[in-house]
Design a protein around this ligand. Structure first.
Ligand code: IPM
Ligand code: MG
Length: 356
């Protein structure tokens, strides 16, 4: 098959980790008889420097015309003082919105080889951690009206969180369907004891739940969920939640595995290309040193193969290659353990590619 991939390497370690994912994709193409072509697109600080905006209309069109979008990371201290509407993060939100990527899948899986990196107690980690956060990605407080005004008492600011029934329903369906393909357990997270958006969220989820009697459903308040993730992560299979709760809980969940550098994500629309990115940021402190962990991006590329290209066998091969490299004891600095072999970012990419 022929596929066009828009590569948004971005800032900081973004270019280093995406280069390794492309290396692995090239091996997949050669091994399985596909042709992947890559369109580099500027996003974030590098686009601000070149074009004065974090993403151009033309760049967005390249993404829309692609079969899949691979993203590294955006942002860095250099652009932290940019005005709100041209911040690098703005571009990420624009791509999500423009491509209609309402469904963000963030798998949190503990690789047994890395269990000692988890900050949780050994007896909790020993039972394994394998959960999936389904985060609503183009609604809620991220996209509501916001403003800062001056009042006689000083400045005031507001950010509006709103959800329409259809927005809740479509992410709910993705979550129930996904749960069906896993262990048939769904936790819906809200703050229904306080927020109207959450009460509507819960109402819609309950209605859907009746359509999926084979999926064991439970409501969690977001504060309780944050606690339960640490107390007993094994109680979760799929977690569905709104945009901001999902942002916060997914960082928390990733830490349970001890290695944010390992975690991939997929952002999907009802139709059209999906976007795939590691959940870590641009890591300016280690940029340009060839020491970043490319596995989160490589595993994101595997998700692209699986979800956008329908290449399950190829995706399995990449995931198995990552496991094999970990089994063989190769580690980047962030996941280094006694007795293991330290490797650079580019060496890690090559080791995975060799094993595909
Ligand atoms: C994420 C990030 C983004 C978000 C930022 C960079 C805008 O934290 O993908 O989780 O909040 O969605
Ligand atoms: Mg986040």
């Amino acid at each position: 098959m022929e596929k066009r991939i828009a590569v948004l390497a971005g800032d900081g370690i973004g270019p280093e980790v995406t280069a390794e994912a492309v290396k692995v994709l090239d091996t997949v193409a050669a091994k399985f008889g596909h042709t992947f072509s890559y369109d580099p697109v500027l996003i974030g600080g590098c686009s601000i420097d070149r074009h004065g905006v974090p993403i151009t209309e033309e760049a967005l069109s390249v993404c829309k015309a692609s079969d899949g979008v691979l993203l590294g990371a955006v942002g860095g201290p250099k652009w932290d003082t940019c005005p709100a509407d041209i911040r690098p993060e703005k571009a990420l939100l624009a791509v999500r919105k423009e491509l209609g990527l309402f469904s963000n899948l963030r798998p949190t899986k503990l690789f047994p080889q890395l269990a000692s990196a988890s900050p949780l107690k050994e007896e909790i980690v020993a039972k394994g951690i394998d959960l999936l956060i389904v985060r609503e990605l183009i609604g809620g407080i991220y996209f509501g009206r916001r403003q800062t005004v001056s009042t006689p008492e000083g400045k005031a600011a507001e950010d509006v969180m709103s959800y329409a029934e259809y927005e809740i329903e479509r992410i709910g369906r993705v979550a129930f369907e996904t749960a069906r393909k896993r262990n048939r357990k769904l936790a819906s997270v809200d703050k229904a004891n306080v927020l109207d958006t959450s009460r509507l969220w819960r109402e819609v989820m309950h209605r859907l739940s009746a359509e999926y009697p084979d999926v064991e459903y439970a409501d969690y308040l977001v504060d309780n969920c944050a606690m339960q993730l640490i107390r007993n992560p094994q109680q979760f299979d799929v977690i569905v939640t709104e945009n901001m709760f999902g942002d916060i809980l997914s960082d928390e969940a990733s830490m349970l595995t001890g290695s944010i550098g390992m975690m991939p994500s997929a952002s999907l629309a009802a139709e059209g290309p999906g976007m795939y990115e590691p959940i870590h940021g641009s890591a300016p402190d280690i940029t340009g040193k060839n020491i970043a962990n490319p596995l989160g991006t490589i595993l994101s590329a595997a998700m692209m193969l699986r979800y956008s290209f329908d290449m399950a066998e190829e995706a399995d091969a990449v995931e198995a290659a990552v496991e094999a490299v970990l089994d063989a004891g190769y580690r980047t600095g962030d996941i280094m353990q006694d007795g293991c072999t330290p490797v650079s970012c580019s060496a890690m990419g090559s080791l995975v590619a060799e094993r595909v």
